[in-house]
Ligand binder design. Structure first.
Ligand SMILES: O=P(O)(O)O[C@H]1O[C@H](CO)[C@@H](O)[C@H]1O
Ligand SMILES: O=c1cc[nH]c(=O)[nH]1
Length: 259
């Protein structure tokens, strides 16, 4: 057989020290901790908590800013929706210097008694996504950093209670297909005691673990899939208030743990 003339790229190292292809950020432009909303239009909400905000980059769904909260440099980058773009954002942010990640998202509740705008802190995620299958054995757990999660849960509860709201913690699920969440699937997740469903934490937790990074997630409840609520739009003001509380909890965690 003829010798191969291919010079196959190794993506684990290629371009690692350059301006990153998707997020458009170069090494040194960001801090060691990043807050990760899904939606780029939520970046200004995070900016409203920060001083000395600098717009770093905005490419595709990934908008990045850096600012200062209580003396600590904080980055915020939007992941876009779903595990594929989240894995890319985490990989590329790690290459430019981020070591800790806190997702501040929206998520639907799967247990009765959880209302829109309440906070949901993840203790682990059921991996119903395709992206992490490319990274790890199906039995590999998607788990956040323990110390980060305990601090995040404590700040979330304090901030939510002070606002007359509530914070919950439990196991999350990440789905790929928002509109393929059938009543049967929602019932099964509920039966397993899963607290909430969203679309990014599986990739965040698995990639972070495999790369030796720290990660956690706090979401604002957007709706409750087992309480007969079907209209997402009606809950927007409550969802928005929960986003603000989740951002404050993530920032306080970053300061306390010096992330
Ligand atoms: O509001 P974000 O953070 O994007 O999170 C949730 O909202 C999107 C679905 O509506 C998915 O990305 C899901 O995870
Ligand atoms: O996956 C998701 C995320 C938010 N809300 C849902 O109903 N499903």
């Amino acid at each position: 057989m003829a010798e191969s003339t291919l010079d196959v790229v190794d993506k684990s190292t290629a371009g690692a020290d350059a301006r990153q292809f998707h997020i458009g950020v170069a090494p040194g432009e960001v801090s060691t901790v990043a807050l990760l909303p899904g939606d780029p239009f939520r970046i200004p909400l995070i900016a409203s908590f920060l001083d000395d905000v600098v717009d770093v980059a905005h490419n595709r769904e990934h908008r990045t800013i850096v600012g200062v909260y209580k003396g600590r440099r904080i980055t915020a980058t939007s992941t876009g929706m779903g595990c594929p773009s989240t894995a890319i954002a985490v990989e590329e942010l790690a290459r430019v210097g981020v070591t800790s990640f806190i997702r501040v998202g929206s998520s639907a509740a799967l247990q009765p008694g959880v209302a829109p705008g309440e906070l949901l802190v993840s203790e682990g995620t059921l991996r119903n996504d395709g992206t992490t299958a490319a990274y790890a054995h199906p039995g590999f757990p998607a788990v956040p950093d323990t110390e980060l999660t305990l601090a995040l849960a404590r700040h979330s509860e304090r901030i939510a209670l002070a606002a007359g709201s509530a914070s919950h913690r439990g196991i999350s699920a990440s789905d790929d297909a928002f509109y393929a969440e059938t009543p049967e699937w929602i019932s099964e997740l509920n039966r397993l005691g899963i607290l909430n469903v969203e679309m990014e934490s599986s990739a965040l937790f698995v990639v972070a673990r495999l790369r030796g990074l720290r990660a956690g997630m706090v979401c604002s409840c957007s709706s409750n899939l087992v309480s007969g609520m079907s209209l997402y739009g009606d809950t927007h003001d409550l969802l928005h208030a929960g986003w603000l509380r989740s951002i404050e909890a993530a920032l306080e965690t970053a300061v306390e743990l010096e992330l």
